[in-house]
Ligand binder design. Structure first.
Ligand code: SAH
Length: 349
């Protein structure tokens, strides 16, 4: 296949012809290109995620799903669905744990990247792949997981200017991409409470995350099941831009190299909880990752792993600290539980 034209050149041409593009467009295309043909995870990549830090993460997620499934009466068949499974590590660890208690779901991966699909097939050969939730069967309850999936979906930003609310666009000036305010009034898109906000107030929304939440909540309400959504995010509404770019484990300018750095935004868990309830699903709560993993017994699991392999005791301790430490992933990462209306309350919420 011919080498694809650099995204930066595509964007420059678009902007030269039609004027600034929306940040939503910029982030969506950048991440689609970024994930399309490479594995960004791990020490040699651009960022590392909880399941890649330790097997304990996927095991405890599997334990949570197995526990709620048993208390729901062990329905069969049942589908394990993972959104953006990366290397398939979380699924592999969770499925191994679930199997110990007799839970062997059909496996469905929602994944856009061909490169990652190939890695996922090595970790979980029996999986079936889908481009979105639409292809996931509707005949049985869902046990759904998404870890660092929603944060990769593109956001729209609205900014208050002297002339009113405008969409934040991306233009090209003095040899670089720069955020600029759009020229169309956007006041109608802003909630009443923010109409008179001071100049420079910035409102960020993620239409893709909202759409995913609507669909999965509708599915849980109709099919039964439970979902865990885990991401870097906030549980109370806030304003301000949270856009950031990571490359080789370092924060870089999100406008410097589109398609070559991972663009993410914090997830607004407050709005996701509202959406879940509006679709008739039961929001179980949103807690910090540290509190969630402690409640599920990560300290006991770590002690057991350390006792089984004393040479690795230090490494296990360090991994646990990364997952639950307040100064690491323990507080910034949140875990949200959602379930069908007739499903029990999950552990840890
Ligand atoms: N959950 C994994 C990987 C997180 S990276 C882990 O915790 O390690 C984000 C994942 O979401 C990748 O698998 C990426 O390819 C996928 N992804 C990002 N945007 C997507 C989209 N719009 N549709 C489908 N998959 C997407």
């Amino acid at each position: 296949m011919p080498e694809a034209e650099p995204l930066s050149a595509v964007f420059q041409r678009l902007i030269a012809t039609y004027g600034p593009i929306s940040l939503l467009h910029y982030m969506g295309e950048s991440n689609a290109r970024y994930y399309a043909d490479k594995d960004p995870l791990g020490t040699a990549g651009d960022f590392i995620t909880a399941p890649e830090i330790s097997q304990m993460f996927g095991e405890l997620v599997g334990l949570w799903l197995a526990d709620i499934w048993m208390r729901a009466g062990s329905p069969a068949p049942v589908h394990y669905v993972e959104m953006g499974p990366g290397r398939g590590t979380l699924a592999r660890d969770a499925l191994r744990t679930m199997k110990r208690v007799g839970l062997e779901p059909q496996v469905h991966f929602v994944e856009g990247s061909q490169a990652l699909r190939a890695l996922q097939a090595e970790a979980v050969p029996q999986a079936q792949w889908h481009h979105d939730l639409g292809g996931v069967p509707s005949d049985a309850p869902l046990l759904l997981v998404g870890n660092e999936f929603l944060d990769a979906l593109p956001v729209r930003q609205l900014v208050k200017t002297a002339a009113g609310w405008r969409e934040r666009m991306v233009g090209w000036a003095e040899d670089r991409f720069r955020p600029v305010a759009g020229d169309k009034p956007m006041d109608a898109a802003v909630p009443e409470s923010l109409k008179d906000a001071p100049e420079s107030t910035l409102l960020e929304t993620c239409p893709g995350a909202a759409a995913v939440m609507h669909e999965l909540s509708r599915r849980l309400a109709a099919q039964g099941g439970a979902a865990l959504l885990i991401d870097y995010g906030y549980a109370e509404p806030q304003t301000g831009s949270t856009l950031q770019a990571l490359r080789a484990h370092t924060k870089v300018d999100p406008f410097a190299m589109p398609g070559e750095a991972d663009l993410t935004c914090l997830v607004d868990f407050a709005i996701l909880a509202e959406i879940a309830q509006s679709e008739g699903a039961r929001w179980q709560g949103t807690v910090t990752q540290g509190a969630f993993l402690r409640a599920l017994g990560i300290e006991m699991r770590a002690a057991k792993l350390a006792a089984a392999a004393p040479d690795h005791a230090d490494a296990v301790q360090r991994a646990m600290d990364r997952l639950i430490g307040d100064d690491q992933m323990g507080t910034l990462f949140k875990v949200m539980g959602v379930a069908g209306p007739n499903w029990p309350q999950g552990a840890g919420f």
